[in-house]
Design a protein around this ligand. Structure first.
Ligand code: MN
Length: 245
């Protein structure tokens, strides 16, 4: 069987310099992401957050059949026209810019996109939406979205919107999900629709509307449970099936 190449975005990891060592800047992501892509039938290919030229990025997007936008740090608020509130952590505007270009290239080239956690937020910003910068201080009555279980099992419920692509992929209208985020989509970009919400109203899923557009994004972490949970694996199987079609 044909195995599609899936570009996986990764984050910059800045190791604090020790007194007697040169500072090292690494790039990487949790291995759960490439593992889940391979288990679903794809070839994972990590894309560093250091690409400087759009031509390089376009060549990478052309050589791959699908794109996975992974989790990581906060999207820089200026990217969506906001000033940062105090709870916003260290940002990486260079990574933001590369991934925003990648979203537009993927759409232009017709490559399917799966966004996870920060990936959902990045897709929303790339297409013109905005973010809640900090759920605990900005969403009255919010539930705990950052309380992960030690074994990465679900901690809160998500309602899947009827009639969405996400519902068709997951084959359920309610799901229990893991959760490790303090930001969320606020204004939803034109061309996207909400596909899942938590009971406090926080957006847990977005997807593209419109003919031929293939974007699914979730705020939870299916890569952590894909090896043992059917609904988690289904998202990666969707990406691979779309990449092959
Ligand atoms: Mn959540």
């Amino acid at each position: 069987m044909n195995k599609p190449i899936i570009l996986i975005t990764v984050e910059r990891i800045n190791l604090a310099a020790k007194a007697d060592e040169v500072q090292m800047v690494l790039a990487g992501c949790p291995l759960d992401y490439p593992r889940a892509v391979e288990a679903a039938g794809g070839v994972p290919l990590l894309l560093p957050p250091s690409i400087t030229s759009r031509a390089t990025l376009e060549a990478a997007a052309r050589s791959a059949q699908g794109v996975l936008l992974t989790g990581g740090g906060d999207v820089a608020p200026l990217t969506y026209g906001a000033d940062p509130l105090p709870p916003v952590g260290l940002t990486d505007p260079e990574r933001d810019a590369i991934e925003i270009d990648l979203v537009s290239l993927a759409e232009t080239l017709g490559r399917p996109l799966l966004g996870i956690c920060r990936g959902l937020q990045l897709i929303n910003v790339a297409l013109g939406g905005t973010l809640i910068q900090d759920i605990p201080t900005q969403v009255p009555g919010a539930i705990q979205h950052r309380g992960r279980a030690l074994d990465k099992t679900p901690i809160h419920a998500a309602r899947i919107e009827p009639g969405t692509k996400l519902e068709a992929v997951l084959e359920t209208s309610e799901l229990h999900v893991n959760s490790n985020h303090h930001q969320a989509a606020a204004d939803v970009a034109r061309g996207l629709r909400v596909s899942a919400t938590a009971r406090d109203g926080v957006i847990e899923g977005l997807e593209a509307v419109g003919d031929g557009r293939r974007i699914l994004a979730v705020q939870w972490h299916p890569e952590e449970t894909a090896a043992r949970d059917r609904a988690s694996a289904a998202l990666f199987r969707w990406l691979i099936a779309e990449a092959l079609s």
